[in-house]
Design a protein around this ligand. Structure first.
Ligand code: IPD
Ligand code: CA
Ligand code: CA
Length: 263
């Protein structure tokens, strides 16, 4: 990136995190009791859109809150103001701000900042991935030794049975399963070698754009059912692995239970 730097984006994201608190925020649901938004999500998103628009005039935004879906620009920021809102609302540290930049359709930069874990993950396309400024790499563990990050399709429980089958099959072939409740944190933890597999039935681009780039730049593989990187415009099934071979094996398990994405 010639006109802006990853440090500028990171600085704005870290400033935004000052709007996250351990208490004193309002919590509302967004149509279902699982799907929460807090006053902090809204405040962080407003701060980020204001500052990032000033950094890159003429840009568009795809953001989780307030239906901000403005993709008709060559530069688009994809933002989840707080990923892991259910954790945040409970004071659980597994939550993060996620900001990705797509330029001319190419995922170019990603920043994931988890303030209470004190973890700043950054990546620019083709230049590697970093945790708090230090280079990170995926683990080299085999599928049989892998830990799977996953979820049961929290907001669309009609898909939970298929998730259960896929998770069980994978579990029987690998080491263990984890559910931390923030896709962005989990994908970044894979990037730093703490887990090897990821499956989620339905994520949004703001959940995985930034962390997906971090994971790829750390040597991992991220894809949807067709083996390509998941859509940067709409909801997608997401599979990831610490390498292409392990992601491919997990994808084969997913294909046993799903011929196509069921939404
Ligand atoms: C959620 C988290 C969670 C994942 C959900 C996401 P949110 O994001 O990433 O880990 O399982 O699918 O929607 O709602 O906390 O921003
Ligand atoms: Ca999210
Ligand atoms: Ca969110």
């Amino acid at each position: 990136m010639k006109d802006i730097t990853i440090e500028q984006i990171s600085g704005i994201v870290q400033e935004a995190s000052k709007l996250m608190h351990h208490s004193g925020f309002e919590i509302h649901d967004k149509g279902s009791r699982e799907n929460l938004v807090t006053s902090s999500d809204i405040a962080v998103q407003h701060f980020l859109t204001g500052r990032l628009a000033a950094l890159l005039p003429g840009c568009g935004f795809l953001c989780e809150e307030e239906n901000l879906n403005d993709l008709q620009h060559s530069d688009v920021w994809i933002i989840d103001p707080i990923d892991g809102t259910a954790n945040y609302a409970r004071g659980n540290e597994n939550c993060a701000i996620s900001v990705a930049l797509v330029r001319g359709g190419i995922l170019t930069a990603g920043v994931v900042y988890s303030p209470w874990r004190n973890e700043l993950y950054t990546a620019e396309k083709d230049t590697g991935a970093f945790l708090n400024g230090e280079p990170i790499r995926v683990s080299s563990r085999a599928f049989e030794d892998a830990i799977l990050f996953t979820a049961m399709s929290t907001y669309r429980k009609e898909f939970a049975k298929a998730c259960n089958d896929i998770i069980f099959d994978t579990y029987m072939q690998s080491n263990d399963v984890r559910r931390f409740g923030s896709a962005a944190v989990e994908l970044c933890l894979m990037a730093s070698g703490q887990a090897e597999l990821y499956f989620e039935m339905r994520l949004q681009p703001w959940d995985y754009a930034a962390a997906g780039l971090v994971l790829q730049e750390a040597g991992g593989a991220v894809c949807t059912l067709d083996g390509e990187f998941p859509s940067l415009r709409k909801a997608s099934l997401v599979v990831a692995g610490n390498n292409r071979s392990n992601a491919g094996r997990l994808l084969k398990i997913v294909h046993k239970y799903l011929e196509k994405v069921p939404y």
